[in-house]
Design a protein around this ligand. Structure first.
Ligand SMILES: NCc1[nH]cc(CCC(=O)O)c1CC(=O)O
Length: 302
């Protein structure tokens, strides 16, 4: 079985986690799996914010080509990086149990975002994080900041910025939890849709692979992601719109919160829904439609 992945350290950690879970679930040895590293356009472009190049899909296209032509059998992704519309013939069939969904605050200068001194510089490449920071701390200057996790942490150490925000889940998977200064609670700082959830993309009707994967699938995560991705799909018009969304499942009930922001943080529209787990997708879509209407056309125009 061939497992396709990007070559970043985070992507490799996620591919290894998937392989370990498959080995354990089925009592298979490591040599039954080959990890195939695929370079994507997103990996090759390092000098510009991805939102300027075309955003989502940049980390998946080449991998999806490999899935479709049969050179890999499954592809491991961060749900957060997945477009809401997939190529014909492919599907997200599997979600692993979700990691911590929160954003982590990392700084040698302050314990929390609120404690940063006036005029501090925060590095982030995420439009959502940039807009949320500007909304909470209009005095802070936000600079665009790309590169892999290790590069970003080094820039922080070198003092090029005073703080940065990264997904707690990615840091955990890399064994870098100890760099986290504090965690941003989701009440104040809503994560990206899909944050913390590894998903697996497969060919539709590839029975053998789907059967193998069903043993490691997490239904709870799938339900939450159904709501979040349906929400995102309604708003997807522009990848330059900062969007946050999070669903939680408890006792068969789903609760969802979503928001859209202006990039400068000057305007925000937030909504929430509660309902039956069975209605996850409809509930997310409904929340997305509400925010789309409230934001109006100019909210999404750039
Ligand atoms: N866009 C990059 C990306 N895609 C997924 C993660 C973290 C892992 C996850 O959310 O599952 C990250 C890095 C980050 O946002 O800090």
């Amino acid at each position: 079985m061939r497992i396709g992945t990007r070559g970043s350290q985070l992507a490799l950690a996620q591919a290894h986690e998937t392989r370990s879970r498959l080995m354990e679930a089925h009592g298979l040895s490591e040599d039954r799996f080959e990890i195939v590293v695929i370079k994507t356009s997103g990996d090759m472009i390092q000098d510009r914010p991805l939102s300027e190049v075309g955003g989502k899909g940049l980390f998946t296209k080449e991998i999806e080509v490999a899935l479709l032509d049969g050179s890999i059998d499954l592809a491991v992704h961060s749900s957060k990086d997945m477009p809401t519309v997939l190529p014909e013939g492919l599907e997200i069939s599997t979600f692993l149990p979700r990691e911590d969904v929160r954003d982590a605050f990392i700084s040698p200068k302050a314990a929390t975002l609120a404690d940063l001194p006036e005029g501090a510089v925060v590095g982030s490449s995420s439009l959502r994080r940039q807009a949320m920071i500007r909304r909470l701390r209009p005095d802070i200057s936000v600079v665009t900041y790309r590169g892999n996790l290790q590069t970003r942490l080094r820039k922080l150490e070198e003092g090029q910025v005073d703080a940065t925000l990264l997904a707690a889940a990615g840091l955990k998977r890399l064994g870098l939890d100890e760099v986290v200064t504090s965690l941003l609670e989701t009440e104040d700082f809503l994560p990206a849709v899909g944050q913390g959830a590894i998903c697996i993309e497969t060919r539709q009707n590839d029975r053998e692979t789907l059967e193998l994967l069903s043993a490691i699938h997490d239904r709870q995560t799938e339900i939450c992601l159904l709501a979040e991705r349906a929400f995102l799909k309604e708003l997807d018009g522009s990848c330059r719109t900062p969007i946050g969304g999070l669903a939680r499942l408890e006792g068969g009930r789903i609760s969802f919160r979503g928001l859209i922001l202006k990039p400068d943080g000057s305007e925000v529209h937030e909504t929430s829904r509660e309902g039956d787990a069975e209605d996850a997708a409809a509930l997310g879509a409904d929340a997305g439609q509400e925010l789309k209407a409230r934001g109006g056309p100019d909210f999404f125009a750039h």
